[in-house]
Ligand binder design. Structure first.
Ligand SMILES: [Zn+2]
Length: 492
């Protein structure tokens, strides 16, 4: 039902905008230059641009050289075009166990360690239902191991378990608890899949690695209800929780950052951030396919090429506001490069008035661009006008239930209050045309329609130009999820 309604409204928007005749493109973008960027970045020699790989360092160097040759300057206060990003890879603890009576739970089998390392705790168990504030209120959890059901009553979505766990850990720690053991069950993600996903090496920001050691958070397999019964029964009895120290390794990573100063004396202290992630997922291990290199042409060599051509264009044609160019690393590892930049900005964040990110899963409609978050900010008319001038219709997020807005780097800036959108090649649904390439080895430069990519890049650059020249700075539309953060950031 939801989908039908959306499709109808898209059709109307597309028709309305699609009627406009493509105008002469006012800027000189060369298809061949775009193709060169994409073919280089998505080449087999760059081996899928995995974070931490030497090939991603080569990509960073390429981007920096395009910035330099386009006449861009390092961001004020930065020594060069590189911003080191402090990443750490963490292996799961080599051992972790939970002894209750004569039963023993072990890591990777019936137990997962979500946080905490290097602990040995012997303490009484206290059963706390869902460990929500009202559950903990009447309980004495001080010096005890709190056992609770994962998630919140009535919610079975594992993603929401992660969010509620964070709050619960904070509540338990505030009341003096020593650890939180949650009983996991979700029909949406079976335990075996969860183990495969979580009990493996992960990249995290170094600060998160330090912060993580605070209170141990353990998930226990409760698929058959066995452990809930046992642990409830052991309320008040002693248990032992042991977690070995995690093996950590520093991972080299960098964002590539540059700026162009605006021409307006009044507006040049305001910046539009143009961003694109330049990493991808590297080389696969599957032996069933000949090609194991995930080239990431669509995701996100195309977006990076758009950023590079924007650098060339604005290097010669600066707009009224200044522009910050940000090629970010480790998006595929959880938007780590953009999160790092947002936490360690080279220019104060309250001078950033908008983030025009470009990242996409691919396209299935070469008459359109898709802007995730289109309707959320007052830059909408500028974005519409830009696409129209490039001869492309524009549609908003076709699949809001996928939560795409919060799955790319624009979310790192939105979370700080900066109005942000993701400007993506035209896709109308996650259909076969998208999935055939999305995070597949088949996502190669040879499979791209460069006539369309050229038009897409033009639309992106014109969108950036129009936003950078808006008489009033853009902001969130009233009632947006990030409006409050925006007001805080800009002191409104
Ligand atoms: Zn991407």
């Amino acid at each position: 039902m939801k989908k039908t309604g959306l499709l109808i409204s898209f059709t109307i928007i597309s028709i309305t905008i699609g009627l406009a005749q493509p105008e002469k493109i006012p800027i000189a973008i060369q298809k061949n230059d775009i193709e060169t960027h994409v073919r280089f970045l998505a080449s087999d020699e760059l081996r899928g641009r995995d974070t931490g790989s030497p090939e991603l360092e080569i990509a960073a160097r390429y981007i920096a050289e395009v910035f330099r040759s386009s006449g861009l300057k390092p961001a004020a206060g930065a020594a060069g075009f590189f911003q080191p990003v402090s990443l750490v890879s963490e292996k799961p603890p080599a051992s972790a166990s939970f002894f209750v009576m004569d039963e023993k739970l072990e890591i990777g089998k019936d137990l997962l360690v979500l946080s905490g390392d290097s602990v040995l705790i012997e303490a009484p168990i206290v059963y706390a239902n869902y460990a929500q504030p009202e559950d903990l209120e009447a309980l004495d959890v001080k010096g005890k191991i709190v056992v609770a059901k994962a998630g919140t009553p009535g919610i079975t979505n594992p993603q929401s378990y992660f969010f509620s766990s964070k709050d619960k850990v904070a509540h338990v720690a505030a009341k003096g608890g020593l650890a939180l053991v949650e009983l996991y069950h979700s029909s949406q993600m079976p335990w075996s899949l969860l183990v495969r996903y979580l009990n493996t090496e992960q990249l995290v920001l170094s600060e998160a690695a330090e912060g993580k050691a605070k209170l141990p958070l353990i998930w226990v397999n409760n698929d058959k209800g066995k452990w809930l019964a046992i642990l409830k029964d052991q309320d008040g009895e002693n248990a032992t929780l042991q977690i070995a120290e995690k093996e950590r390794k520093t991972i080299p990573a960098k964002n590539v950052v540059a700026m162009v100063e605006g021409t307006s004396r009044k507006l040049k202290n305001e910046f539009v951030i143009l961003s694109a992630h330049y990493d991808h997922v590297g080389v696969g291990s599957s032996s069933d396919s000949q090609d194991t290199i995930y080239n990431g042409a669509r995701d996100n060599a195309v977006g990076t090429a758009a950023l590079l051509e924007a650098a060339r264009y604005f290097g010669k044609n600066p707009p009224k506001r200044s522009v910050l160019f940000l090629a970010v690393t480790a998006e595929e590892k959880g938007m780590l490069g953009s999160r790092w930049y947002a936490d360690h900005p080279l220019i104060p964040l309250d001078q950033m008035v908008f983030n025009l990110n470009t990242d996409g899963a691919g396209y299935n409609d070469t008459t359109k661009v898709t802007v995730i978050g289109l309707e959320r900010t007052t830059a909408e008319p500028s974005l519409l006008a830009a696409s129209q001038e490039a001869g492309l219709a524009i549609i908003p997020d076709p699949e809001p239930e996928q939560n795409l807005y919060d799955r790319s780097d624009n979310a790192s800036f939105a979370a700080k209050g900066i109005p942000a959108v993701d400007f993506a090649p035209g896709f109308t649904a996650f259909d076969q045309d998208i999935m055939k390439y999305y995070h597949q080895a088949a996502d190669e430069a040879e499979t791209l329609n460069f006539d369309y990519i050229e038009r897409f890049v033009e639309a992106y650059i014109m969108a950036a130009q129009k936003v950078a020249n808006m008489p009033n700075r853009p902001f969130w539309k009233p009632g947006d999820k990030y409006e409050r953060e925006g007001k805080e950031l800009y002191g409104q």
